[in-house]
Design a protein around this ligand. Structure first.
Ligand SMILES: [Zn+2]
Length: 87
């Protein structure tokens, strides 16, 4: 069994990414929907620093692979908990 992740790309090869925000709307990372062993799971690509959406370059610091992670927004200090979800 390959451990390669197949990205569900039903639209012109693009990955399914959506922003993951703190409660005040700063972008803490991106959520990527991937298929692992035939199941769809959401994976968090965590940014090194939170950004205001559409502003500046981002740098992915880590990929969340655990199930629960507390992430603090580097702009406003809000904490949001990431929970990996099967769906
Ligand atoms: Zn924030």
């Amino acid at each position: 069994m390959s451990d390669q992740l197949s990205v569900n790309s039903d639209q012109s090869g693009g990955k399914r990414l959506r922003p993951w925000r703190c409660r005040r709307g700063h972008v803490l990372g991106m959520v990527e929907r991937v298929r692992v062993n035939g199941r769809h799971v959401d994976r968090l690509l965590l940014y090194r620093r939170a950004i205001v959406e559409g502003e500046g370059a981002v740098e992915v610091m880590a990929v969340a692979q655990g199930t629960v992670l507390d992430v603090r927004c580097s702009i406003c200090g809000a904490v949001r908990t990431w929970v990996e979800i099967d769906s």
